[in-house]
Design a protein around this ligand. Structure first.
Ligand code: AMP
Length: 190
């Protein structure tokens, strides 16, 4: 079983690569960002709670996203494993994830980090803002998302470095080139 968390700054290309990874390794995909956006679209209480926070580019509470992950894992058993995208995003979430997986007799196999320089992230965001029209992709909000990443999410790497579970690749290049790098790392776990 492979339980992988794809990791990196906003705009690093996690979502794009996630699709190829789940196809190749038959993993169950879970993106907390996608779940939150769908709750907002449906106008659920959870969506209402998350909307204003996401629109500012801030992080939703650890408690809320941990509940989402817990429910998803309980509802979606998959013998091949999970691909987590956008979770864990804080040290607290990482501890929660470790506990949830442990309870289910599983563990995280690796934190797969995609390294992309800050300037490249900003130029990608400007492009994505035009193409996808995401409400949280304006320059000011993106800057805040980057700040949240640098202050709260980056330390998640240290949490998993202490467990010897971090694998890093350069996230600069063509989509295909980057996938080859990621697949090499994943294959080394098999
Ligand atoms: P994403 O699509 O992963 O970039 O997530 C979009 C937004 O949803 C983020 O900027 C956060 O506001 C919120 N979000 C998604 N996942 C999490 C998480 N694990 N913890 C806190 N907030 C999250």
């Amino acid at each position: 079983m492979l339980n992988i968390a794809i990791f990196g700054a906003p705009g690093a290309g996690k979502g794009t690569q996630a699709q190829s990874i789940i196809d190749k390794y038959n993993l169950k995909y879970i993106s907390t960002g996608n779940i939150l956006r769908s709750e907002i679209a449906k106008g659920t209480p959870l969506g209402l709670e998350a909307k204003a926070i996401i629109e500012k580019g801030n992080l939703v509470s650890d408690e809320l996203v941990t509940k989402i992950i817990e429910k998803f894992i309980a509802d979606n058993r998959n013998p091949n494993g999970f691909l987590f995208d956008g979770f864990p995003r804080t040290r607290e979430q990482a501890k929660n994830l470790d506990e949830i997986l442990k309870r289910e007799g599983m563990e995280l196999s690796c934190l797969l980090n995609m390294d992309v320089p800050r300037e490249e992230l900003i130029s990608r965001m400007m492009h994505r803002a035009q193409v996808e029209n995401r409400a949280d992709d304006t320059p000011e909000i993106f800057e805040n998302r980057l700040k949240e990443y640098e202050e709260k999410t980056f330390p998640v790497m240290e949490h998993y470095q202490n467990q010897g579970k971090v694998m890093s690749i350069s996230g600069v290049g063509s989509i295909e080139e980057i996938f080859v790098r990621l697949a090499e790392k994943i294959d080394s776990l098999l």
